[in-house]
Design a binder for this molecule. Structure first.
Ligand SMILES: *[C@@H]1O[C@H](CO)[C@@H](O)[C@H](O)[C@H]1NC(C)=O
Ligand SMILES: *[C@@H]1O[C@H](CO)[C@@H](O)[C@H](O)[C@H]1NC(C)=O
Ligand SMILES: *[C@@H]1O[C@H](CO)[C@@H](O)[C@H](O)[C@H]1NC(C)=O
Ligand SMILES: *[C@@H]1O[C@H](CO)[C@@H](O)[C@H](O)[C@H]1NC(C)=O
Length: 418
C-alpha cells in the first residue's frame, strides 16, 4: 500500500515534469480541469478524513453531552475488576464471561504501552458474572475463572473472547508478552467454580494483531486483525495507519484441523478492524475504528465475505454485539485522542507513583453505546463525557432485561436494567 503510494507519487512527479515541458502549449483551462479531476478523485477519502479528524479536536471533546436510554443502572464490582475489554453473554446460563486485564495499564499492544520491567505487569484474567438471581439463587455474583494447564499464566493478557456453547469451547485472544495468539479452552459453566481447561494455542503469521473473534463452529473462526503495522515494531507507521484510516487491517478465516494444523485465509481489508459479530447466520458485522463505520458482509458458502452495507457512526467503534431481538449494539470511543492521552498519562503516573497507584486510576474519558437495526437505523443507548469511562463492549439480555458495559480503562462494569 505504501509502496503503491510511492509509485503514484513517482508517476505524478513524471506527469508534472511533462506538463512543465508542455506548459506553453497547455492552455490554463486544461490544467485546471486536470487539477479538479485529481481533487475530485481523492475527495471522498479526504472528506471522510477531514470529518473524522474534526471530531478529534478538544472543542469536540467539550461538546460531548450526557444521554441515557435507561434509567436504572449502577457500576458493580469496582473493587474487584478493572480494565475489562470484552463481555459475552451465555443467556442459557444467566451469565456473562468478562475479559479483564489490570496489566493493560502497563501492556497494551493495540495502543502501544510497553513496560520495560515485565515483573511489574500483572496478568489479566477471566470472570464469570452470574447475573440471573432466580437461576443462581444464593450464588449470583462474580467468580474468577480458574485455568487448568494454561502455559505462561503470568504472561496472559486477554482481549476478545468467544464461547461456542454447543461444544463448550472458549476462545480467547491473548496479547501474551511474547507475541499475540489465540488460546482455546474447554469451559464447563455448570460447575459452581468455573474452570477453563486449556486445549490448544494458535500462533500464526497472519494472526499478528488479533482483536476480536467469532466462532462459526468448534473448528472455524472469523478473527479481526486491527493493524498491519504492529505498534511494537513500527510505532509511527501504526499511528499513520490508525489516523489515516488505511485499509491494512482486516478479517481472516481460521480453520483448525483435526491433525493439529491451522490454516488462515485473509478475507476483507478493513481500516483498524475491531469488533466482529454475526448479525444473523448469513451476515457478519465488522467495526472499523478509524473509518468510524460498521461494515456488513454477506457470508458466502465458501466463507468468503462480500461487502453489502456500511453504517456510519459518530464515534470510533470498538466492539459489537447482537441481542436476541436482532439489535446491533455498537460501543466505542467518542474521542480517541482523549483515550490515547489518558493511556499515556496513566502509564506515566504508575511509573512515578509506585507507592500509591490508586490516584492513577481516577482519570476518565468519554464513552458511547449506540444501537442499530435495519428498520430504525442508529440511536444512542448511552453517552457520557466520563461518568463511566472508556466503554469498549456492551451486551444485552433482552429476556432478562439487563445490559452490561465494559470500560477498557475503568473499574468495575456498568449494569443497566430495562
Ligand atoms: C522490576 O520491578 C520489581 C518489582 O517492583 C523490582 O523488584 C525490580 O528490582 C525491578 N527490576 C528492574 C530491572 O528495574
Ligand atoms: C467483541 O464482541 C464479539 C462478539 O460479542 C467477540 O467475539 C469479540 O471477541 C469481542 N472482543 C473484542 C475485543 O472486540
Ligand atoms: C448448536 O446445536 C444445535 C442442535 O444441535 C443447532 O441447532 C445449533 O445450530 C448449534 N449452534 C451453533 C452455534 O453451532
Ligand atoms: C441478515 O441481515 C441482513 C442485514 O440487515 C439482511 O439484509 C438479511 O436479509 C438478513 N438475513 C437473514 C437470513 O435474516
Amino acid at each position: 500500500m505504501l509502496d503503491r503510494g510511492e509509485d503514484s507519487r513517482q508517476s505524478q512527479r513524471i506527469a508534472s515534469k511533462n506538463m512543465d515541458n508542455q506548459k506553453s502549449r497547455l492552455p490554463g483551462l486544461i490544467r485546471s480541469v486536470l487539477i479538479a479531476i485529481a481533487i475530485a478523485v481523492s475527495y471522498p477519502y479526504l472528506a471522510g478524513r477531514i470529518s473524522a479528524l474534526s471530531t478529534l479536536t478538544s472543542s469536540a471533546l467539550n461538546k460531548i453531552s450526557e444521554e441515557r436510554s435507561f434509567s436504572k443502572y449502577e457500576v458493580l464490582f469496582q473493587d474487584q475488576i478493572r480494565n475489562c475489554e470484552d463481555a459475552i453473554l451465555v443467556e442459557g446460563h444467566g451469565a456473562a464471561i468478562l475479559s479483564c486485564d489490570a496489566g493493560r495499564d502497563r501492556w497494551n499492544t493495540v495502543m502501544g504501552t510497553f513496560y520495560q520491567n515485565r515483573t511489574t505487569i500483572t496478568p489479566g484474567r477471566l470472570w464469570l458474572y452470574r447475573y440471573d438471581e432466580q437461576m443462581h439463587s444464593g450464588s449470583s455474583g462474580l467468580y474468577p475463572i480458574k485455568f487448568e494447564a494454561l502455559p505462561d499464566e503470568s504472561k496472559f493478557h486477554p482481549l476478545g473472547i468467544e464461547y461456542h456453547e454447543n461444544s463448550s469451547t472458549l476462545f480467547v485472544i491473548n496479547h501474551h508478552l511474547d507475541g499475540s495468539r489465540i488460546e482455546v479452552f474447554d469451559l464447563n459453566l455448570k460447575s459452581h467454580d468455573p474452570i477453563a481447561r486449556h486445549k490448544r494455542t494458535l500462533i500464526h503469521p497472519q494472526l499478528t494483531t488479533p482483536n476480536s473473534l467469532r466462532a462459526l463452529n468448534e473448528h472455524e473462526l472469523f478473527v479481526s486483525n486491527d493493524h498491519y503495522f504492529q505498534v511494537r515494531m513500527n510505532p509511527l507507521l501504526a499511528k499513520a495507519e490508525t489516523y489515516g484510516a488505511l485499509p491494512l487491517g482486516g478479517v481472516v478465516h481460521v480453520h483448525m484441523h483435526n491433525d493439529g494444523s491451522t490454516s488462515v485465509r485473509p478475507l476483507a481489508r478493513v481500516p483498524f478492524a475491531n469488533g466482529v459479530e454475526f448479525l444473523n447466520a448469513s451476515t457478519l458485522a465488522v467495526a472499523s475504528t478509524s473509518a468510524r463505520d460498521v461494515r456488513l458482509y454477506n457470508i458466502k458458502s465458501d466463507r468468503s465475505l462480500e461487502l453489502v452495507e456500511t453504517i456510519s457512526v459518530p464515534m470510533m467503534p470498538d466492539n459489537l454485539s447482537v441481542d436476541k431481538k436482532g439489535g446491533l449494539l455498537i460501543t466505542g470511543h467518542p474521542h480517541l485522542p482523549a483515550l490515547a492521552r489518558m493511556i499515556s498519562n496513566r502509564a506515566r503516573c504508575l511509573d512515578q507513583n509506585l507507592a500509591d497507584e490508586r490516584a492513577c486510576y481516577d482519570m476518565s474519558v468519554p464513552s458511547c453505546v449506540m444501537e442499530w437495526t435495519g428498520e430504525s437505523g442508529i440511536k444512542t443507548v448511552y453517552r457520557t463525557a466520563g461518568e463511566f469511562s472508556s466503554s469498549s463492549t456492551a451486551v444485552r439480555d433482552v429476556g432478562y432485561g439487563i445490559g452490561l458495559i465494559t470500560g477498557l480503562y475503568e473499574k468495575g462494569i456498568l449494569v443497566w436494567k430495562e
